[in-house]
Design a protein around this ligand. Sequence first.
Ligand SMILES: Cc1cc2nc3c(=O)[nH]c(=O)nc-3n(C[C@H](O)[C@H](O)[C@H](O)COP(=O)(O)OP(=O)(O)OC[C@H]3O[C@@H](n4cnc5c(N)ncnc54)[C@H](O)[C@@H]3O)c2cc1C
Ligand SMILES: *[C@@H]1O[C@H](CO)[C@@H](O)[C@H](O)[C@H]1NC(C)=O
Ligand SMILES: *[C@@H]1O[C@H](CO)[C@@H](O)[C@H](O)[C@H]1NC(C)=O
Ligand SMILES: *[C@@H]1O[C@H](CO)[C@@H](O)[C@H](O)[C@H]1NC(C)=O
Ligand SMILES: *[C@@H]1O[C@H](CO)[C@@H](O)[C@H](O)[C@H]1NC(C)=O
Ligand SMILES: *[C@@H]1O[C@H](CO)[C@@H](O)[C@H](O)[C@H]1NC(C)=O
Ligand SMILES: *[C@@H]1O[C@H](CO)[C@@H](O)[C@H](O)[C@H]1NC(C)=O
Ligand SMILES: *[C@@H]1O[C@H](CO)[C@@H](O)[C@H](O)[C@H]1NC(C)=O
Ligand SMILES: *[C@@H]1O[C@H](CO)[C@@H](O)[C@H](O)[C@H]1NC(C)=O
Length: 597
Amino acid sequence: MLYRQGSLLQLLAIVPFISFSRGSILPTSNDLRDEYDFIVVGGGTAGNVVANRLSEDPSISVLVIEAGGSNADILASQVPNMWTRLLGSMYDWNYTSIPQAGLDGRSISLARGRLLGGTSSLNTMLYTRGTSDDYDSIAELVGDPRWSWDRLQPYIRKNELWSPPSSNRPTEGEFDPAVHGRDGLLEVSLPSDPQPIDDRVLQTSRENSEFPFNLDLNSGHHLGVGWLQSTITSTGRRASSATSYLGPGVINRPNLDILLDAQVTRLLLSNGTDDVTFDAVQFVAGTSAAQSVKAVREIILSAGSIGTPNILLHSGIGDAGDLARVGIQSVHQLPSVGRNFTDHILGGLTWFANSTDTFETVGRNASLQAMLLEEWRTNGTGFFSGSGIDHLGYVRLADNASIFDNFADPAGPNTGHIELIISNGDLFSGPTPENFMVIEVMLTKPLSRGSLSLNSSNPFDDPIIDPAYLAHEFDRFALREGVRSAQRFLSSPAWEGYILGRTGAFATVDVQDDDQLDGFLRENFISGLHFVGTASMSPKGASWGVTDPDLKVKGLNGLRVVDASVIPLIPAAHTQVPVYIVAERAADIIKEDWKLV
Ligand SMILES: Cc1cc2nc3c(=O)[nH]c(=O)nc-3n(C[C@H](O)[C@H](O)[C@H](O)COP(=O)(O)OP(=O)(O)OC[C@H]3O[C@@H](n4cnc5c(N)ncnc54)[C@H](O)[C@@H]3O)c2cc1C
Ligand SMILES: *[C@@H]1O[C@H](CO)[C@@H](O)[C@H](O)[C@H]1NC(C)=O
Ligand SMILES: *[C@@H]1O[C@H](CO)[C@@H](O)[C@H](O)[C@H]1NC(C)=O
Ligand SMILES: *[C@@H]1O[C@H](CO)[C@@H](O)[C@H](O)[C@H]1NC(C)=O
Ligand SMILES: *[C@@H]1O[C@H](CO)[C@@H](O)[C@H](O)[C@H]1NC(C)=O
Ligand SMILES: *[C@@H]1O[C@H](CO)[C@@H](O)[C@H](O)[C@H]1NC(C)=O
Ligand SMILES: *[C@@H]1O[C@H](CO)[C@@H](O)[C@H](O)[C@H]1NC(C)=O
Ligand SMILES: *[C@@H]1O[C@H](CO)[C@@H](O)[C@H](O)[C@H]1NC(C)=O
Ligand SMILES: *[C@@H]1O[C@H](CO)[C@@H](O)[C@H](O)[C@H]1NC(C)=O
């Protein structure tokens, strides 16, 4: 099954076809209607799901307002293994944390997508749902069983379109067909082309009982080592919320409008007599003055874990004292806005590899890159068709680990405290003469909690973001064990003669020495880029939290939040799939509330 991209490109080059295919994208803000039934703020991962599902009902009108531009025609967003080039580009909001006490005062880059599709248009495409424990603990925390793993299964299926890899190679034994959906919109696939280290990874799973083979990491039980699934299409291209949920047939719906390059500055209270109904969105498009557009039924905030609390705070929804300090009049006292910022933290461990067949060989050879890109263009296969990662591992701390004497286990019994991301070289490698083997160690269930707050009343200023990495003792303990676990992984006989020794900052660390390991973590670990919790859902009537379990903002009318910020406890997963699941379920709740079809 070959994919002839050349001919498709020729087709796309016909200009009238392009303008036709972008029917719902408004040329300018002058083309807006005066009002819409629903306004979705942020055309990102979650926002496009909501826009798609609500506009299935032809009787209602939906507007998406997105700060960034179109995702179409951005090569680095289409080619899976070019995602690193989008970091720090014009498609990245370029947020940074304030100096982190737990990381020797370093400020950490916090990338977020600023284009249609949001962060799903620039992420690493790993498809990880998290475990049954992750969702069951959220359902319990918010007191609503409909957020449990079992009850969310229909929404997982609505999202997923399981697809063959672009090479169409046989994949039996690499996944469990029973746990995948074939009726959804978002393509998910196994790696197109296996890599030279794959056999050693699988051999390790047979040699060391710490890392048993797991047929499918997305079954709800992810412990062990298994094949990575990714949001990559059967033609070897990135699948994002823009390519899938706004695909052909949706983007042209007459009841769906999309306004790009328009940054929402605040939400406006209704002109009615109550002071709890929000019904308009203020935005700035290009160099124009601020404009507003009215939502007849609801405003759905889907601006992400940084954008959403930022907009809420600029709208006067947050902690009144904090708002007063930057000169913003409080409209609605909701102190949890921006609090409980939770992120994963990760770092790479690097070894020299006795191989000339790793990413570095590509990284240092421009003509090889050109050949591989040609392969991707012609066949959708090869180096550029994947994220660069073929396997993940999830491991738990020992049940008798001393840390549990002092802290309750944040992970359920099916859930790893550590994720190992196994790769055939350095994903960020430049033209280096050496060849590497890399394992990234990620803390999956951190107990550190940070915050987001305003620095000024100007909605175009960045907020103050403090993830509080490694503030909690549990996090340092678990990461030390994670580094040791990665070391044990590569000590298995499978790697004899392949691993030549540690390199980089990791080379000189005595991994048995807690203090040295802590220093290594402080100096080298970075964001997992999985922020959640800044507009958390909580039980109805709770004294904390920002939304009820139906995602309506507490105490207000006309306003819901649907994105990563409502997730109150971080799942042991890269967060795009949890966000897609939240968005699919949210769309159903909204449709039920308004009796839409
Ligand atoms: C580099 C990177 C790699 C990642 N890799 C993975 C991975 O491999 N697998 C995985 O599962 N997860 C990954 N993630 C995380 C995952 O992609 C995110 O958790 C998820 O996409 C967030 O979805 P969201 O809908 O909450 O926000 P977003 O997708 O970020 O959407 C928010 C949207 O709102 C827009 N917006 C914000 N403010 C405004 C405003 N004021 N006005 C108008 N529009 C606004 C933004 O431009 C954006 O389009 C990665 C993240 C990054 C940054
Ligand atoms: C992010 O930073 C880069 C490099 O400074 C810049 O080119 C880009 O425009 C910035 N992104 C945005 C959205 O401003
Ligand atoms: C609210 O009323 C003011 C003053 O009459 C008007 O300028 C504004 O457009 C109204 N806002 C909305 C959202 O209707
Ligand atoms: C943070 O979340 C926890 C639940 O995980 C909750 O008990 C606490 O009140 C929240 N804090 C704030 C400030 O919202
Ligand atoms: C670069 O790759 C090409 C194509 O595989 C190969 O012919 C060439 O020898 C490589 N160059 C170097 C310096 O390895
Ligand atoms: C595409 O695949 C075909 C069939 O396997 C192969 O013959 C051809 O060389 C490939 N093209 C490129 C550019 O790799
Ligand atoms: C945990 O149990 C194992 C054996 O089951 C033992 O070897 C180890 O010392 C114990 N660790 C602690 C911290 O008690
Ligand atoms: C907050 O504003 C001050 C003054 O403009 C500036 O120096 C500082 O860098 C800002 N902080 C952040 C986190 O943006
Ligand atoms: C490197 O691998 C080759 C086989 O591919 C082996 O002969 C050699 O001994 C290895 N080198 C080291 C230092 O282990």
